[in-house]
Design a protein around this ligand. Structure first.
Ligand SMILES: [Zn+2]
Length: 425
């Protein structure tokens, strides 16, 4: 079973837009209501040993069932009778809201952090139609239950053999830009790409966005610096307006739209970089750093700006699509081991940008060294297909090299990236 999401821009009319915003608000209300019941239930069951709080105990009858997904879904029918608002929204959409809460709840139980939170006004930005009998897209229109036909920019047709499973409607930039994320499914089984051919290791960082084991560099992640400074100006302007006034609304909208633009620019950059890397190699290895944890440190803001986690996800997806092998390797000590002789060179401070090995005298930049270590780790975990057949590993001598020689000479930044793709292709 193969499931893919395709995202399309949609252009609802003013009425449709108002209706969908109303739905979002109802869904948010429902989500918070379910969460409140869940929280109340938990609160009513817990009682600290030394101080049994009187006002907490027995607010609820002790044999009230736990508000599970099924239980709350059952209650939903009752709530619909009491509150007509819930009935205006498509029933499967409301059911999915309950499910969404319980997914978050399950995730919280499994991981131990991230207790579901109440959604503030405007923070509930999407709803899902979980089922479709037939393809809702015809020409430049998508047919949504209860909302009607919405104009869609179907820039890429749904491939043959795929069925539309669900459609998620997403509001961006304070409900002025809309998307339909169409989940399509096919029975075909596509095997994951097997390791073969030429491998590269990738070190992701701040000084350079990434450095490969071949010392190929992609510029630092501050590529949208210009956009960022414009954002600052807009944010400052917005903060001076009287809250909730008309001008404040307008200024907020400008900020939101710019945020949206930055996110898109970043994603585009990540896609282009991923494809570039796939042009260069058949196996790609990256570190398994938890970027979320790292970003809580003093480098936090910049780490998040780079969107490294998103980049890694996109890279693995692009690799899969292009039949390239992708794997994550252990990140421990990648910057401390000498790729030439394997000696532990000791901890490097962050500002130390060079790798010098006392043992064998190998010198290179810090990120290049860890790129090479990542590659070696990756290769030690896999048996490339061409080795299984008794051939020598082709690492470093085959496919990607010619291409690489062409781009190696120049160091690419986000602007130059497109140019270099063009000039090589
Ligand atoms: Zn060494």
């Amino acid at each position: 079973m193969l499931t893919i999401n395709y995202t399309y821009r949609i252009y609802p009319t003013a009425e449709q837009q108002a209706l969908m915003l109303e739905w979002l608000e109802t869904c948010r209300h429902l989500y918070n209501r379910c969460l409140r019941d869940l929280k109340d239930w938990i609160a009513s069951r817990k009682c600290s040993l030394d101080s049994c709080s009187l006002n907490r105990e027995y607010i609820m009858s002790p044999d009230l069932p736990f508000p599970s997904y099924l239980e709350q879904k059952r209650q939903l029918t009752q709530w619909k009778k009491e509150d007509p608002r819930y009935k205006d929204v498509h029933s499967q959409v409301t059911q999915d809201v309950v499910k969404r809460l319980h997914n978050t709840w399950e995730a919280f139980k499994n991981r131990g952090f991230g207790f579901p939170r109440y959604k503030k006004y405007g923070r509930y930005q999407s709803f899902l139609f979980p089922q479709f009998k037939e393809n809702p897209i015809a020409g430049n229109q998508i047919k949504l239950p209860k909302i009607g036909k919405v104009t869609i920019n179907c820039h890429r047709p749904i491939p043959e053999g795929f069925k539309v499973k669900g459609v998620r409607i997403v509001a961006r930039a304070r409900g002025t830009i809309w998307y339909a994320v169409v989940t399509i499914q096919s029975d075909v089984n596509v095997p994951d790409p097997l390791p073969f051919g030429r491998g590269i290791g990738i070190d992701i960082g701040l000084e350079w966005f990434l450095v490969t084991s071949d010392n190929f560099r992609v510029g630092p992640a501050q590529f949208f610096r210009e956009l960022q400074s414009r954002l600052k100006v807009l944010q400052r302007r917005a903060s001076r307006k009287v809250k909730r006034s008309k001008n404040w609304e307008k200024a907020q909208l400008k900020v939101a739209r710019l945020h949206h633009q930055i996110a898109n620019t970043r994603k585009n950059f990540h896609f282009q970089t991923s494809h570039l890397l796939c042009d260069m190699a058949d196996m790609i290895f990256v570190e398994d750093i938890n970027f979320k944890m790292t970003s809580s440190g003093f480098l936090g803001k910049q780490m998040l700006d780079g969107g490294f986690g998103q980049f890694r996800d996109l890279l693995s997806w692009v690799c899969w699509k292009r039949g390239k092998y992708f794997a994550q390797v252990d990140h421990k000590y990648t910057s401390q081991i000498c790729p030439e002789c394997g000696t532990h060179t000791g901890k490097k401070e962050l500002q130390e940008r060079v790798h010098v090995c006392d043992e064998c005298g190998y010198q290179t930049t810090r990120d290049h060294a860890s790129g090479r270590v990542i590659l070696q780790r990756g290769l030690s975990n896999v048996v490339p297909m061409d080795c299984r057949e008794g051939k020598l590993p082709s690492n470093g001598v085959l496919s990607g090299v010619l291409y690489l020689d062409k781009c190696r000479s120049r160091n690419v930044n986000s602007r130059g990236l497109e140019a270099s793709i063009l000039s090589v292709g």
